[in-house]
Design a protein around this ligand. Structure first.
Ligand code: NAD
Length: 330
């Protein structure tokens, strides 16, 4: 049953956008997706899919026309290796995408606009210890964000705030903390830790060496994509416009993440650490107090629960690429 509302999901060819479209269709929206590319692993569920380069103002105007709610996920992004290597391109592309999409949405009188920000906005001086204090929304200032990618996210958060304050344009700002799940990028250089480690473990034989970036003691929390898309929609429905964390507070070291994946795979791996590779901040966790207050809800899927379908999907892809099946049974 359709609810009479139209939604635009930008970044619809990407990981979270693709899952969000399925969720919004389930909620009764008529959905337009926009991206420079189609989804890689599965056909889109969108009612309409526009190929558009959102760095270009005219293309932003084209895709935001006739839309009630914009879920803005398009970004030039990737894992730590990628975002620490390409500061100029990432900052330039994301500045153009965000400014022009926001401006076009306002031009067309869009009723609500959600910006997907990131835990990368948080100051690096608060993330120097693996035993990190969970990050609260107000900790973002005084600012010292991740170079390039994080700095640009923080700037666009403020731009959303100014659009709301000065022009009464309704915005929502969501700070995602490491999202993972099936149908996410798992190779090619833009993949993040859970997908990269799942791919490596799926390709290994029992007892093989596994190369891990950093010393393995860096800590993170990870959110399953189903929780992420439900949280996005709940935040859009709320009347809260300041930045909100959306993540879990189940903190693990990267070595512990490897142990969970190896156990799901039914393999033992010999961990080796390459400390010459980028590893990002030492520790990062989400403080969900405000999310609980605003929504009375928070992500529920445990890391182990979410990694089972994620690993199985990547394992199948790797097995198909290697030209055989039943890799887990070896
Ligand atoms: P993704 O890379 O899978 O999806 C982003 C999509 O944006 C891609 O399909 C890409 O083609 C598209 N895009 C890039 N440049 C474009 C352009 N010029 N015009 C149109 N489309 C363009 O990333 P994701 O994991 O789905 O992330 C979605 C959003 O969430 C991003 O804004 C990202 O910064 C944010 N985020 C994600 C995570 C995470 O863990 N996945 C964490 C924090 C923040």
């Amino acid at each position: 049953m359709r609810n009479g509302k139209t939604a635009l999901v930008t970044g619809a060819g990407g990981f979270i956008g693709h899952h969000l479209i399925k969720y919004l269709i389930g909620q009764g929206y008529v959905v337009r997706g926009a991206d420079i590319k189609h989804p890689e692993y599965e056909e889109t569920a969108a009612d309409e899919f526009a190929i558009a380069d959102l760095r270009v103002p005219e293309q932003c105007l084209r895709v935001t026309k006739g839309i009630d709610e914009v879920y803005h996920l398009a970004a030039d992004m990737g894992g730590i290796g990628y975002i620490s290597a390409f500061h100029a391109g990432i900052t330039l592309n994301n500045t153009l995408i965000n400014v022009h999409t926001l401006q076009a949405a306002r031009h067309h009188g869009v009723k609500r606009f959600m910006f997907s920000s990131s835990a990368c906005v948080y100051p690096q001086y608060l993330q120097k210890d693996p035993d990190v204090v969970p990050l609260r929304e107000e900790d973002a200032f005084p600012a010292d964000p991740e170079e390039g990618y994080g700095l640009e996210k923080l700037y666009t958060e403020k731009l959303c705030q100014y659009f709301t304050e000065d022009w009464n344009f309704a915005t929502r700002v969501v700070r995602f903390h490491n999202v993972y799940g099936p149908l996410g990028t798992y190779d090619g250089g833009r993949e993040k830790a859970p997908a990269a480690l799942s791919r490596k473990i799926a390709s290994l034989h029992d007892g093989d060496e596994l190369m891990i970036w950093g010393d393995g003691r860096q800590t993170r929390s990870f959110m399953y994509v189903d929780d992420c898309v439900e949280g996005i929609h709940r935040i859009m429905r709320s009347d809260y416009s300041a930045p909100l964390n959306l993540g879990t507070d189940e903190l693990v070291t990267v070595d512990e993440l490897v142990d969970i994946i190896a156990e799901i795979a039914g393999k033992s791996v010999k961990k080796c650490h390459d400390t010459s590779k980028p590893q990002g901040v030492r520790g990062r966790n989400s403080d969900n107090s405000r999310l609980r207050t605003v929504l009375g809800w928070e992500p529920k899927t445990s890391l182990r629960q979410g990694l089972i379908p994620t690993y199985r999907w990547i394992e199948q892809r790797v097995a198909a690429e290697l030209g055989f099946s039943g890799i887990a049974a070896e």
